[in-house]
Design a protein around this ligand. Structure first.
Ligand code: 5GP
Length: 185
């Protein structure tokens, strides 16, 4: 059974494994669209423009915000990130569920604009495990890791505002749980 057309927000601290869970859901349910955000941060090794993000400069980003093209946007870890509204509307109009992998400020902003959105918060089994995962992926400097761990504490405090909380201790089980939540209307 294809998953219903619905706007789904997935948030959680950096390193918690949101990307892995979303990829697993899409592998099992190819009708699901993954929203591609715009960001002013530099691409990491292995990231592709237009696939992982639309990488834009500050001026372009400001233009997108002032023209009203963003469903939401936020400054996260020193860079700007935002969701183009058109891709969300296009996916839903075509009958596809769409997942926005965005931070908690963005999640709360989406809830205000789209009260029917499903907000899912992914939690780490523990802070120690989150630190281990962030260090293990090797994509950030130690300073960036410290910044993301400090931010994680604030983000975890926002979890009660979400509709559903999933602890990512086992990626396959957590991805199944995410898909089950998306199947409920
Ligand atoms: P990263 O730089 O690790 O890819 O992402 C950093 C944070 O920005 C993550 O928490 C990610 O979910 C969030 N993020 C990515 N795209 C968006 C977006 O379009 N809007 C908001 N508000 N946050 C985003």
């Amino acid at each position: 059974m294809p998953l219903p057309a619905r706007l789904v927000v997935v948030s959680g601290p950096s390193g918690v494994g949101k990307g892995t869970l979303v990829s697993k859901v899409i592998a099992a349910h190819p009708e699901v669209v993954h929203s591609v955000s715009c960001t002013t941060r530099a691409p990491r090794a292995g990231e592709t423009d237009g696939v992982d993000y639309h990488f834009v400069d500050d001026e372009t980003f400001r233009g997108l915000v002032s023209s009203g093209s963003m469903l939401e946007w936020a400054r996260v870890h020193g860079a700007c990130y935002g969701t183009p509204e058109k891709q969300v509307d296009d996916a839903l109009a075509e009958g596809h569920p769409i997942i926005l992998e965005i931070d908690v400020q963005g999640g709360i902003a989406v809830r205000e604009k789209r009260p029917d959105a499903l907000l899912v918060f992914i939690e780490p089994p523990s802070m120690a495990e989150l630190e281990r995962r962030l260090k293990g992926r090797g994509t950030e400097t130690l300073e960036q890791i410290e910044r993301r761990l400090a931010a994680a504490k604030g983000e975890l405090e926002m979890a009660p505002l979400y509709d559903v909380r999933i602890v990512n201790d086992d990626a396959d089980g957590a991805a199944d749980e995410l898909a089950r939540c998306m199947a409920r209307s």
